[in-house]
Design a binder for this molecule. Structure first.
Ligand code: FAD
Length: 329
Protein backbone atom coordinates (compact mmCIF):
# COMPACT_ATOMS: atom_id res chain seq x y z
CA UNK A 1 0.00 0.00 0.00
CA UNK A 2 1.10 3.56 -0.60
CA UNK A 3 2.03 5.21 2.64
CA UNK A 4 1.14 8.71 1.54
CA UNK A 5 -0.17 10.38 -1.55
CA UNK A 6 2.32 13.21 -1.86
CA UNK A 7 5.02 11.34 -3.68
CA UNK A 8 7.34 12.25 -6.53
CA UNK A 9 6.59 10.43 -9.75
CA UNK A 10 8.80 9.71 -12.73
CA UNK A 11 7.03 8.68 -15.91
CA UNK A 12 9.01 5.87 -17.55
CA UNK A 13 8.19 6.00 -21.24
CA UNK A 14 8.14 2.71 -23.13
CA UNK A 15 7.46 1.84 -26.71
CA UNK A 16 6.74 -1.66 -27.99
CA UNK A 17 7.77 -2.96 -24.60
CA UNK A 18 11.12 -1.18 -24.47
CA UNK A 19 11.93 1.63 -22.04
CA UNK A 20 13.39 4.96 -23.15
CA UNK A 21 16.65 5.94 -21.45
CA UNK A 22 15.26 9.28 -20.27
CA UNK A 23 12.99 7.57 -17.74
CA UNK A 24 16.00 6.09 -15.98
CA UNK A 25 17.82 9.44 -16.17
CA UNK A 26 14.90 11.17 -14.44
CA UNK A 27 15.10 8.77 -11.51
CA UNK A 28 18.23 10.75 -10.46
CA UNK A 29 16.53 14.14 -9.89
CA UNK A 30 13.40 12.29 -8.77
CA UNK A 31 15.38 10.53 -6.04
CA UNK A 32 16.89 13.84 -4.95
CA UNK A 33 13.46 15.47 -4.68
CA UNK A 34 11.95 12.51 -2.84
CA UNK A 35 14.84 12.37 -0.35
CA UNK A 36 14.62 16.11 0.33
CA UNK A 37 10.84 15.92 0.78
CA UNK A 38 11.00 12.71 2.78
CA UNK A 39 8.56 10.93 0.49
CA UNK A 40 8.62 7.97 -1.89
CA UNK A 41 9.90 7.99 -5.44
CA UNK A 42 7.34 6.30 -7.66
CA UNK A 43 8.04 5.16 -11.22
CA UNK A 44 4.99 5.07 -13.47
CA UNK A 45 5.46 2.38 -16.11
CA UNK A 46 2.82 2.17 -18.83
CA UNK A 47 3.37 -0.24 -21.68
CA UNK A 48 2.97 -3.71 -23.08
CA UNK A 49 5.13 -6.47 -21.58
CA UNK A 50 6.98 -4.02 -19.37
CA UNK A 51 7.28 -5.95 -16.10
CA UNK A 52 11.06 -6.00 -16.56
CA UNK A 53 11.14 -2.18 -16.87
CA UNK A 54 9.24 -1.98 -13.57
CA UNK A 55 11.90 -4.14 -11.89
CA UNK A 56 14.69 -2.08 -13.44
CA UNK A 57 13.08 1.14 -12.20
CA UNK A 58 13.48 -0.15 -8.65
CA UNK A 59 17.14 -1.05 -9.26
CA UNK A 60 17.69 2.48 -10.57
CA UNK A 61 16.18 4.17 -7.52
CA UNK A 62 12.37 3.97 -7.42
CA UNK A 63 10.71 2.90 -4.15
CA UNK A 64 7.46 1.91 -5.80
CA UNK A 65 6.24 1.30 -9.30
CA UNK A 66 2.75 1.88 -10.63
CA UNK A 67 2.50 -0.60 -13.47
CA UNK A 68 -0.07 -0.50 -16.26
CA UNK A 69 0.72 -3.42 -18.55
CA UNK A 70 -1.69 -4.14 -21.41
CA UNK A 71 -1.58 -4.60 -25.22
CA UNK A 72 -3.41 -1.25 -25.63
CA UNK A 73 -0.29 0.45 -24.25
CA UNK A 74 2.06 -1.01 -26.85
CA UNK A 75 2.37 2.25 -28.81
CA UNK A 76 1.80 5.76 -27.51
CA UNK A 77 -1.61 7.29 -28.06
CA UNK A 78 -2.68 10.58 -26.50
CA UNK A 79 -6.19 9.47 -25.47
CA UNK A 80 -5.19 6.12 -24.02
CA UNK A 81 -2.06 7.26 -22.18
CA UNK A 82 -3.65 10.56 -21.10
CA UNK A 83 -6.59 8.69 -19.58
CA UNK A 84 -4.25 6.29 -17.81
CA UNK A 85 -2.13 9.06 -16.29
CA UNK A 86 -5.12 11.15 -15.25
CA UNK A 87 -6.71 8.10 -13.63
CA UNK A 88 -3.55 7.32 -11.69
CA UNK A 89 -3.10 10.94 -10.60
CA UNK A 90 -6.68 11.20 -9.37
CA UNK A 91 -6.27 8.00 -7.41
CA UNK A 92 -2.85 8.60 -5.86
CA UNK A 93 -2.52 12.43 -5.78
CA UNK A 94 1.23 12.83 -6.39
CA UNK A 95 3.16 15.94 -5.42
CA UNK A 96 5.28 16.23 -8.54
CA UNK A 97 5.65 14.47 -11.90
CA UNK A 98 8.77 14.36 -14.08
CA UNK A 99 8.32 13.42 -17.73
CA UNK A 100 10.97 13.05 -20.45
CA UNK A 101 10.65 15.72 -23.14
CA UNK A 102 10.56 13.18 -25.95
CA UNK A 103 8.02 13.58 -28.75
CA UNK A 104 5.53 11.50 -26.78
CA UNK A 105 6.37 13.12 -23.45
CA UNK A 106 5.86 16.57 -24.94
CA UNK A 107 2.41 15.43 -25.97
CA UNK A 108 1.47 13.58 -22.80
CA UNK A 109 2.64 16.23 -20.28
CA UNK A 110 0.55 19.16 -21.56
CA UNK A 111 -2.44 16.87 -22.23
CA UNK A 112 -2.43 15.64 -18.63
CA UNK A 113 -1.65 18.99 -16.99
CA UNK A 114 -4.47 20.59 -18.95
CA UNK A 115 -6.96 17.90 -17.95
CA UNK A 116 -6.12 18.12 -14.26
CA UNK A 117 -5.72 21.91 -14.38
CA UNK A 118 -2.20 22.25 -13.08
CA UNK A 119 0.98 23.90 -14.37
CA UNK A 120 3.74 22.34 -16.43
CA UNK A 121 7.26 23.67 -16.93
CA UNK A 122 8.57 22.43 -20.26
CA UNK A 123 12.13 21.56 -21.25
CA UNK A 124 13.78 21.87 -17.84
CA UNK A 125 17.53 21.62 -17.49
CA UNK A 126 17.68 21.51 -13.67
CA UNK A 127 15.25 20.46 -10.95
CA UNK A 128 15.57 20.91 -7.21
CA UNK A 129 13.49 21.60 -4.16
CA UNK A 130 13.04 25.28 -3.30
CA UNK A 131 14.11 25.27 0.34
CA UNK A 132 12.06 28.32 1.25
CA UNK A 133 8.66 27.36 -0.17
CA UNK A 134 9.01 23.59 -0.43
CA UNK A 135 7.89 23.74 -4.06
CA UNK A 136 9.80 22.08 -6.85
CA UNK A 137 12.11 24.61 -8.52
CA UNK A 138 12.10 23.94 -12.26
CA UNK A 139 14.90 25.65 -14.18
CA UNK A 140 14.77 26.16 -17.94
CA UNK A 141 16.33 28.48 -20.54
CA UNK A 142 14.31 31.58 -21.36
CA UNK A 143 14.63 34.50 -23.78
CA UNK A 144 16.44 32.53 -26.45
CA UNK A 145 18.68 30.85 -23.91
CA UNK A 146 20.11 34.17 -22.69
CA UNK A 147 18.94 33.59 -19.14
CA UNK A 148 17.88 30.69 -17.01
CA UNK A 149 14.45 31.01 -15.41
CA UNK A 150 13.51 29.13 -12.25
CA UNK A 151 9.79 28.48 -12.09
CA UNK A 152 7.69 27.49 -9.07
CA UNK A 153 4.16 26.16 -9.18
CA UNK A 154 2.85 27.15 -5.73
CA UNK A 155 -0.92 26.90 -6.06
CA UNK A 156 -1.84 23.73 -7.94
CA UNK A 157 -0.88 20.08 -7.60
CA UNK A 158 0.75 18.02 -8.90
CA UNK A 159 3.68 20.13 -10.04
CA UNK A 160 4.65 18.90 -13.49
CA UNK A 161 7.65 19.32 -15.74
CA UNK A 162 9.27 17.85 -18.81
CA UNK A 163 13.03 17.34 -19.05
CA UNK A 164 15.04 16.74 -22.16
CA UNK A 165 16.80 13.42 -22.65
CA UNK A 166 20.49 13.61 -21.81
CA UNK A 167 20.26 16.39 -19.23
CA UNK A 168 20.65 14.05 -16.25
CA UNK A 169 22.95 11.07 -15.96
CA UNK A 170 21.33 7.70 -15.45
CA UNK A 171 21.92 6.62 -11.83
CA UNK A 172 23.96 3.51 -11.12
CA UNK A 173 21.72 0.45 -10.87
CA UNK A 174 21.66 -1.45 -7.59
CA UNK A 175 20.11 -4.85 -8.21
CA UNK A 176 19.84 -5.47 -4.47
CA UNK A 177 17.30 -2.65 -3.99
CA UNK A 178 13.81 -3.80 -3.16
CA UNK A 179 10.56 -2.05 -3.86
CA UNK A 180 6.88 -2.52 -4.42
CA UNK A 181 5.29 -3.06 -7.81
CA UNK A 182 1.60 -2.14 -7.84
CA UNK A 183 -0.30 -3.51 -10.82
CA UNK A 184 -3.06 -1.15 -11.82
CA UNK A 185 -5.79 -1.17 -14.42
CA UNK A 186 -7.32 1.93 -15.91
CA UNK A 187 -10.25 2.40 -18.22
CA UNK A 188 -9.15 2.22 -21.87
CA UNK A 189 -11.04 5.05 -23.58
CA UNK A 190 -12.43 4.93 -27.05
CA UNK A 191 -9.54 5.44 -29.42
CA UNK A 192 -10.15 8.46 -31.62
CA UNK A 193 -6.92 7.99 -33.56
CA UNK A 194 -6.35 5.12 -35.93
CA UNK A 195 -2.69 4.33 -36.53
CA UNK A 196 -2.43 3.58 -40.22
CA UNK A 197 1.29 3.28 -40.69
CA UNK A 198 4.52 4.00 -38.87
CA UNK A 199 7.39 5.44 -40.89
CA UNK A 200 10.72 5.25 -39.18
CA UNK A 201 12.45 8.55 -39.82
CA UNK A 202 16.14 8.92 -40.41
CA UNK A 203 16.05 10.92 -37.18
CA UNK A 204 15.59 7.74 -35.19
CA UNK A 205 18.79 6.28 -36.54
CA UNK A 206 20.76 9.27 -35.24
CA UNK A 207 21.45 8.06 -31.78
CA UNK A 208 22.78 11.27 -30.26
CA UNK A 209 20.89 10.76 -26.99
CA UNK A 210 22.72 7.58 -26.14
CA UNK A 211 26.09 8.13 -27.91
CA UNK A 212 29.16 8.07 -25.68
CA UNK A 213 31.23 10.02 -28.22
CA UNK A 214 29.93 12.82 -30.43
CA UNK A 215 31.89 14.71 -33.08
CA UNK A 216 30.02 17.85 -34.09
CA UNK A 217 30.51 20.20 -37.00
CA UNK A 218 29.49 23.82 -37.35
CA UNK A 219 29.61 26.69 -39.81
CA UNK A 220 33.36 26.24 -40.07
CA UNK A 221 32.83 22.94 -41.88
CA UNK A 222 31.78 24.96 -44.92
CA UNK A 223 29.65 22.47 -46.88
CA UNK A 224 27.63 19.26 -46.76
CA UNK A 225 30.46 17.39 -48.50
CA UNK A 226 32.98 18.53 -45.90
CA UNK A 227 30.95 16.79 -43.20
CA UNK A 228 32.89 13.73 -44.41
CA UNK A 229 35.75 15.05 -42.22
CA UNK A 230 33.45 14.98 -39.18
CA UNK A 231 32.01 11.59 -40.08
CA UNK A 232 35.43 10.03 -40.62
CA UNK A 233 36.54 11.00 -37.12
CA UNK A 234 33.21 9.95 -35.58
CA UNK A 235 33.38 6.58 -37.33
CA UNK A 236 36.88 5.80 -36.18
CA UNK A 237 35.90 6.66 -32.59
CA UNK A 238 32.64 4.70 -32.81
CA UNK A 239 30.74 7.91 -32.17
CA UNK A 240 27.80 9.84 -33.59
CA UNK A 241 27.78 12.98 -35.73
CA UNK A 242 26.36 16.17 -34.22
CA UNK A 243 25.98 19.66 -35.63
CA UNK A 244 25.38 23.26 -34.72
CA UNK A 245 22.21 24.98 -35.84
CA UNK A 246 24.18 26.99 -38.39
CA UNK A 247 25.23 23.77 -40.13
CA UNK A 248 21.63 22.53 -40.04
CA UNK A 249 20.21 25.85 -41.25
CA UNK A 250 22.70 25.80 -44.12
CA UNK A 251 21.15 22.49 -45.19
CA UNK A 252 24.40 20.55 -44.75
CA UNK A 253 22.93 18.02 -42.33
CA UNK A 254 19.49 17.15 -40.99
CA UNK A 255 17.94 18.63 -37.85
CA UNK A 256 18.12 15.22 -36.18
CA UNK A 257 21.84 15.93 -35.66
CA UNK A 258 21.41 19.37 -34.12
CA UNK A 259 22.77 19.86 -30.63
CA UNK A 260 21.60 22.78 -28.53
CA UNK A 261 18.64 24.63 -27.23
CA UNK A 262 16.45 23.89 -30.22
CA UNK A 263 18.14 20.58 -30.93
CA UNK A 264 19.16 17.74 -28.66
CA UNK A 265 20.70 17.97 -25.22
CA UNK A 266 23.57 15.53 -25.00
CA UNK A 267 25.95 14.44 -22.27
CA UNK A 268 28.43 12.03 -23.87
CA UNK A 269 31.75 11.00 -22.37
CA UNK A 270 33.52 12.91 -25.15
CA UNK A 271 32.23 15.82 -27.26
CA UNK A 272 34.45 17.16 -30.05
CA UNK A 273 33.24 20.51 -31.42
CA UNK A 274 34.74 21.35 -34.81
CA UNK A 275 34.29 24.77 -36.42
CA UNK A 276 31.68 25.72 -33.83
CA UNK A 277 31.97 29.15 -32.22
CA UNK A 278 30.27 28.24 -28.93
CA UNK A 279 27.07 30.29 -28.91
CA UNK A 280 25.12 30.01 -25.65
CA UNK A 281 22.35 28.11 -27.42
CA UNK A 282 24.81 25.46 -28.57
CA UNK A 283 26.56 25.22 -25.22
CA UNK A 284 23.17 24.74 -23.52
CA UNK A 285 22.94 21.41 -25.32
CA UNK A 286 26.40 19.96 -24.70
CA UNK A 287 27.97 21.51 -21.60
CA UNK A 288 27.06 18.40 -19.56
CA UNK A 289 29.56 16.32 -21.56
CA UNK A 290 32.30 14.72 -19.47
CA UNK A 291 35.15 15.94 -21.69
CA UNK A 292 34.91 18.62 -24.36
CA UNK A 293 37.51 19.13 -27.08
CA UNK A 294 37.21 22.16 -29.37
CA UNK A 295 38.86 22.59 -32.75
CA UNK A 296 38.62 26.16 -33.99
CA UNK A 297 40.91 28.45 -35.93
CA UNK A 298 39.92 31.47 -33.84
CA UNK A 299 41.79 31.39 -30.50
CA UNK A 300 39.16 33.72 -29.00
CA UNK A 301 36.18 31.54 -29.94
CA UNK A 302 33.87 31.23 -26.89
CA UNK A 303 33.80 27.43 -27.27
CA UNK A 304 37.29 27.35 -25.70
CA UNK A 305 35.84 28.68 -22.44
CA UNK A 306 33.84 25.46 -21.94
CA UNK A 307 36.38 23.11 -23.54
CA UNK A 308 38.68 20.89 -21.47
CA UNK A 309 41.11 20.72 -24.39
CA UNK A 310 41.41 23.17 -27.26
CA UNK A 311 43.12 22.87 -30.61
CA UNK A 312 43.59 26.21 -32.35
CA UNK A 313 43.83 25.35 -36.01
CA UNK A 314 42.13 24.65 -39.30
CA UNK A 315 39.79 21.70 -38.91
CA UNK A 316 40.66 20.51 -42.42
CA UNK A 317 44.23 20.02 -41.25
CA UNK A 318 43.55 18.91 -37.68
CA UNK A 319 40.80 16.33 -38.25
CA UNK A 320 42.65 14.16 -40.80
CA UNK A 321 45.61 13.99 -38.39
CA UNK A 322 43.36 13.02 -35.45
CA UNK A 323 41.51 10.45 -37.59
CA UNK A 324 44.79 8.92 -38.81
CA UNK A 325 46.21 8.77 -35.26
CA UNK A 326 43.07 7.15 -33.80
CA UNK A 327 43.15 4.62 -36.65
CA UNK A 328 46.49 3.39 -35.32
CA UNK A 329 45.05 2.58 -31.88
P1 FAD B 1 29.47 30.30 -36.23
O1 FAD B 1 29.04 31.08 -35.05
O2 FAD B 1 29.47 30.97 -37.56
O3 FAD B 1 30.92 29.76 -35.90
C1 FAD B 1 31.73 29.09 -36.80
C2 FAD B 1 33.07 28.87 -36.13
O4 FAD B 1 33.90 28.08 -36.98
C3 FAD B 1 33.84 30.15 -35.84
O5 FAD B 1 34.21 30.18 -34.47
C4 FAD B 1 35.08 30.05 -36.74
O6 FAD B 1 36.24 30.58 -36.11
C5 FAD B 1 35.21 28.57 -36.91
N1 FAD B 1 35.86 28.15 -38.16
C6 FAD B 1 35.62 28.60 -39.42
N2 FAD B 1 36.37 27.94 -40.32
C7 FAD B 1 37.10 27.05 -39.61
C8 FAD B 1 38.07 26.07 -39.96
N3 FAD B 1 38.42 25.85 -41.24
N4 FAD B 1 38.66 25.36 -38.98
C9 FAD B 1 38.31 25.54 -37.66
N5 FAD B 1 37.41 26.45 -37.28
C10 FAD B 1 36.79 27.18 -38.24
N6 FAD B 1 22.70 26.94 -32.23
C11 FAD B 1 22.98 25.64 -32.04
O7 FAD B 1 24.11 25.19 -32.36
N7 FAD B 1 22.04 24.81 -31.53
C12 FAD B 1 20.81 25.22 -31.16
O8 FAD B 1 20.00 24.41 -30.73
C13 FAD B 1 20.47 26.60 -31.33
N8 FAD B 1 19.29 27.07 -30.94
C14 FAD B 1 19.03 28.41 -31.06
C15 FAD B 1 17.83 28.93 -30.55
C16 FAD B 1 17.59 30.29 -30.64
C17 FAD B 1 16.30 30.82 -30.07
C18 FAD B 1 18.54 31.14 -31.21
C19 FAD B 1 18.29 32.62 -31.28
C20 FAD B 1 19.73 30.64 -31.71
C21 FAD B 1 19.99 29.28 -31.65
N9 FAD B 1 21.18 28.74 -32.13
C22 FAD B 1 21.47 27.43 -31.91
C23 FAD B 1 22.10 29.52 -32.98
C24 FAD B 1 23.30 30.04 -32.25
O9 FAD B 1 23.00 31.31 -31.69
C25 FAD B 1 24.49 30.23 -33.22
O10 FAD B 1 24.08 31.06 -34.27
C26 FAD B 1 25.01 28.92 -33.80
O11 FAD B 1 25.26 28.01 -32.77
C27 FAD B 1 26.30 29.20 -34.54
O12 FAD B 1 26.75 28.01 -35.13
P2 FAD B 1 28.32 27.82 -35.40
O13 FAD B 1 29.06 27.93 -34.14
O14 FAD B 1 28.44 26.56 -36.18
O15 FAD B 1 28.62 29.00 -36.41
Amino acid sequence: MFENNKNIWVYMETEEGKPKAVGFELLAPGRNLADKRGCSLVAVVIGNGVEETAKQAIAYGADQVLLLDAPEYNIYNTDVFGEAMVGLIEKYQPEGILIGATNNGRDLGPCVSCRIKTGLTADCTAIDLDGESGNIAWTRPAFGGNLMATILCPNTRPQMGTVRPGVFKKPVADESRTGEIIREQMKIPENRVELIKRVREVAESVNLDEAEIIVSGGNGVGSAENFSYIKALADILGGAVGASRAAVDNGWISHAHQVGQTGKTVAPKLYIACGISGAIQHIAGMSGSDTIIAVNKDPDAPIFSVADYGIVGDLFEVLPVLTAEFKKI
